[in-house]
Design a protein around this ligand. Structure first.
Ligand code: GCU
Length: 685
């Protein structure tokens, strides 16, 4: 594959040299010699090498374009600096201002981070912002993080990237850190271009080799962190809670043991001395066989606060995950319902965490299913810093073989008001307010998400899975964004000269999340996937098979009773009005009915259909929608280059095969279980 000075891989992506052309045409001048200003200059030069004879030629009659922090501006253009100063008052370090002053279009910011964000905004949106007005822009979520689930070696239990569907890691190979860093730099550019400001460098499941990132590979970690810092991104390490034992030679990892505490203080000191761009640690403890404070009879607050204390002198932060449950337990039992676990573990600790600890809460109580209710911890925790964790990687949503644009799902989560069911009476506690830190005036808040990239030429396996990475960044910046609008923008940026392709891709992706839901698990019941790898249908598939199914289907009905009255009591974890809404079989929204209730097949939904007829109808409809997606793509496929067309067509063919398999297995299973025929007489095998 031909590589270019612009990208070390295919440039079929939203960040393209063409988008720099309008800036180049205005002879952009970048003031200052900081690392982020250098990055902007490099970006301009790389584009110029690709698409223009050279930067610096202003067309007659057009404004010059100046990019400068306010401080640099004041040195050379004091008049302009004074004029723009009021617009910067109260703007955070990542915010920026665009304005026009005496014939110069100006992008300025208090901090170079804001300047970089503003620069990439000009690439995305063009120069129309310079319309004579002054605009201020800044991110809503302070933390906008991606989590790599990359392992040092492909021999790791789940391969080189856990739940990775895009080839191998761009960071590690054969137990070592990859030395050719071009791909890493390109990734830093991609992330910066959508406003990401934090990244964790290795899988949350930290095994032996990754534990040694802190010691044996520390220089490489420093280099990687520098590349990200050059793009305004802080780097975090996933750490092994038992590191004091595994690499420290201690006999314990008890968080209250003075020796253990001292070990973390010294290890952190050594790390920060060599990796000045480090942001802190990400921790998965006491979950899925990972070590943690429970072993010593201590709480998660004890564990997290110990690390926080070690990081404090360096300004570091601990991200402590709430994905904690006992995977060896049958979690459908009243006392051990896995949906309850995160809240049961963490809610009693609200207020006990240090101010440089952030709890990282998955969006739903289970595990990134196509449909889940919002975690009751979001909006529950009031005296604790919180970030919400999403999964860009499509573990349960088609593994980047299926086209599934997830932004509409994320948007629904962000818009969920934890204390009001009335959209006209917002309580200020919608998830988007919580992750902005607004609801409870938290100093740290935001979102994190499991990345979906690898060393694939198109980054994401399915080239259209890039839309999810793009949209994640933009929603994290502004949760009020409209997913449809983001999709249009992504498509225009990715296929700049191909309007037919742009339209077709939007048509295909816009409803693809709901399409995926239709042909897979209905009404919020979740799972029904092959255990282990989680791809494709296995209606009774259950990770711990001895205990039966996830969905409790029998000849009379289906669904999990999570009510307080007769079920696992999970509905009681919600604030009102949701505790009552979910408790009531009549008020519970259709799309979550089987998550909260066990109902007869003949139960009538709010839609007027019975549960069983809903299952049949949606599964037939889902496959028809995938057929339409395939046909829509065929109308335009010959307009893109052959390799790209082949990749997309191949994935769509697999999606159609898989959707049919899902339809047939689900419909047949429930036809046999219920004994009820399809009211519309379609063939069910
Ligand atoms: C899911 C996923 C695991 C992952 C875990 C986590 O269960 O299947 O691979 O380790 O989430 O978020 O920690």
């Amino acid at each position: 594959m031909a590589t270019t000075p612009w990208f070390s891989t295919s440039d079929s992506c939203w960040l393209r040299p063409q988008h720099v052309l309008p800036l180049l045409g205005h002879g952009p001048q970048v003031l200052g010699d900081g690392r982020l200003q250098t990055t902007i200059r490099e970006e301009l030069a790389a584009a110029a090498a690709e698409v223009a004879p050279g930067p610096g030629t202003t067309k007659p009659g057009e404004h010059a374009l100046l990019l400068a922090t306010h401080e640099d501006l004041a040195l050379t253009h004091p008049g302009m600096a004074a004029a723009v100063e009021p617009a910067l008052v109260g703007l955070g370090p990542e915010g920026y201002v665009t304005t026009t002053h005496a014939g110069t279009d100006l992008l300025t910011a208090a901090d170079a981070r804001g300047l970089l964000h503003g620069f990439y905004a000009l690439l995305r949106d063009g120069l129309a912002v310079f319309d004579g007005s002054t605009r201020r822009e800044e991110p809503t979520c302070p933390v906008r993080m991606v989590n790599q689930w990359d392992n040092l070696s492909a021999d790791a239990p789940m391969g080189s990237v856990e739940r990775g569907y895009s080839g191998d890691s761009i960071f590690y190979a054969d137990g070592a850190v990859v030395q050719d860093r071009r791909r890493v730099k390109d990734y830093a550019r991609l992330l910066a271009s959508v406003g990401i400001n934090a990244l964790s460098l290795n899988n949350v499941n930290v095994h032996g080799p990754e534990t040694r990132l802190m010691t044996d590979h520390v220089q490489d970690v420093a280099d990687l962190a520098r590349t990200f810092a050059d793009h305004g991104i802080a780097t975090y390490l996933s750490i092994n809670y038992a590191a004091p034992i595994e690499i420290g030679g201690l006999g314990t990892a008890d968080p209250l043991d003075p020796q253990v505490r001292q070990w973390w203080v010294q290890a952190s000191e050594a790390l920060f001395a060599q990796v000045p761009d480090l942001g802190g640690y990400l921790v998965k403890a006491d979950s899925e066989n990972r070590p943690g404070p429970f072993t010593y009879g201590r709480t998660h607050a004890d564990g997290a606060n110990m690390l926080a204390e070690a990081l404090r002198p360096h300004g570091g932060t601990v991200f402590w995950r709430c994905f904690v449950y006992d995977c060896r337990q049958d979690w459908r039992d009243r006392r051990t319902d896995r949906a309850r676990a995160a809240y049961d573990h963490f809610m009693p600790l609200d207020g006990e965490f240090a101010d440089n600890v952030v709890l990282q809460v998955k969006n739903g109580p289970m595990d990134f299913q196509v449909r889940e209710p919002v975690s009751p911890l979001l909006g529950g925790l009031e005296r604790t810093n919180v970030v919400m964790e999403l999964q860009i990687a499509q573990e349960y949503t088609g593994q980047q073989k299926h086209a599934c644009y997830l932004a509409p799902q994320w948007k629904q989560v962000l818009d969920f008001d934890t204390r009001s069911a009335d959209p006209r009476a917002p309580s200020g506690a919608a998830v988007r307010d919580v992750v902005a830190g607004r609801t409870f005036a938290r100093p740290v808040a935001g979102v994190a998400a499991v990345s979906n990239i690898g060393d694939d030429v198109y980054w994401t396996g399915h080239p259209w899975a890039q839309a999810n990475l793009y949209a994640y960044g933009r929603l994290a910046w502004d949760p009020a964004s409209d997913p449809d609008d983001l999709l249009h923008r992504w498509s225009r940026l990715t296929y700049p000269d191909l309007p037919d392709v742009q339209r077709a891709v939007v048509d295909i992706l816009a409803g693809s999340w709901l399409t995926y839901e239709r042909y897979t698990s209905p009404l919020g019941v979740g799972w029904m996937v092959e255990p282990g790898h989680h791809y494709g249908p296995s209606i009774e598939g259950y990770e711990y098979s001895a205990w039966g199914t996830y969905h409790f289907a029998d000849r009379d009905g289906v669904g999990v009773d999570r009510t307080v009255a007769t079920g696992t009591g999970y509905t009681g974890q919600y604030r009102e009005p949701w505790a009552s809404v979910y408790e009531s079989v009549d008020r519970c929204p259709d799309e979550l009915l089987l998550f909260f209730h066990h109902v007869p097949y003949g139960h009538e939904l709010a839609s007027g259909r019975t549960v069983i007829q809903h299952i049949y109808d949606t599964h037939f409809q889902g496959v028809e929608e995938v057929q339409a997606m395939v046909a829509r793509w065929e109308q335009v496929a010959d307009q893109v280059d052959g390799a790209l067309a082949e990749r997309v067509s191949g994935r769509l063919a697999e999606q159609l095969r898989s959707a049919r398999e899902w339809r047939d297995q689900v419909n047949t299973y429930f036809r046999r279980a219920s004994g009820v025929d399809d009211a519309r007489g379609r063939t069910i095998y």
